[in-house]
Write a protein that binds this ligand. Structure first.
Ligand code: T5A
Length: 213
């Protein structure tokens, strides 16, 4: 595909949405076409699934297997209808969470087989793959406190036990270690501006040599 996909990943409250917004604006100021979107979401179906997953809009919480499948269903819709067309025409995509969230949360967090989840991800995404993944790493207690301060209450997944959040953070770090050519781990406990500079440096370091920006 002609375009370039950058995904932001990490535990709750690491600053993904904040940094995705800032990066998208910086890339646009370079004259690039940039699509900024999020998971779950980015399509009508995906936003509806988001409500079911985060706030129990179906009237009952999904079981863990349904949760994993719903994240992948929203992903399939986003990839087929939005990401693949954008990347094919050469746009840049800045994505707030993607396939690694499923591996970290449903794999390391909930305990499903990471290999099975990789196969589900692959089925959902087709040929769409991130060129670069920025892992905004933050200890769960810091990230959850930030998220709580922002919204005043915890959603269904944020309310999971501390051990769940600890496992998924460790899972992310393990995923990054296994694929160093795709991941950059950024210490997101630093002030917002410092994180922003680290994000821009990572994008330029990794994607400029490939002639992408
Ligand atoms: N999920 C998702 C799965 O389980 N499996 C999957 O496959 C997928 C795709 C998504 C939920 O779904 C789960 C993971 C999530 O639980 P979400 O609302 O998108 O839900 O959750 P998050 O992605 O975690 O979004 P948050 O909004 O909670 O966190 P962000 O985006 O990391 O953080 P952000 O930018 O909103 O910042 C949070 C607060 O911190 C401040 C901000 O101003 C804001 O108030 N902040 C900082 N404060 C201090 N220092 C910094 N450096 C800061 N950066 C931001």
């Amino acid at each position: 595909m002609k375009g370039c996909l950058i995904s932001f990943e990490g535990p709750e409250g690491g600053g993904k949405s904040t940094q995705a917004r800032t990066l998208a604006a910086a890339l646009r100021s370079r004259g690039l076409e940039v699509l900024e979107t999020r998971e779950p979401g980015g399509t009508k179906l995906g936003e509806t699934v988001r409500g079911i997953l985060q706030n129990d809009l179906a009237g009952e919480p999904p079981c863990d297997a349904a949760e994993a499948l719903l994240f992948c269903a929203a992903r399939a819709q986003l990839c087929r209808n939005v990401l693949a067309p954008a990347l094919s025409r050469g746009a840049w995509v800045v994505l707030d969470r993607f396939t690694d969230s499923t591996l970290a949360y449903q794999g390391y967090g909930r305990g499903f087989s990471v290999d099975t989840l990789r196969a589900m991800n692959s089925f959902a995404t087709g040929p769409v793959r991130p060129n670069l993944t920025l892992l905004l790493d933050v200890p769960p207690e810091t990230g959850l406190a930030r998220a709580l301060a922002r919204s005043g209450s915890k959603d269904r997944i944020e309310s999971a036990p501390a051990e769940f959040h600890r496992r998924l953070r460790e899972g992310y770090l393990e995923l990054a270690q296994k694929e160093p050519e795709r991941f950059v781990v950024i210490d997101a406990t630093a002030p917002e501006q410092v994180v922003r500079d680290r994000v821009m440096a990572a994008v330029d370091d990794r994607l400029r040599p490939a002639g992408r920006c």
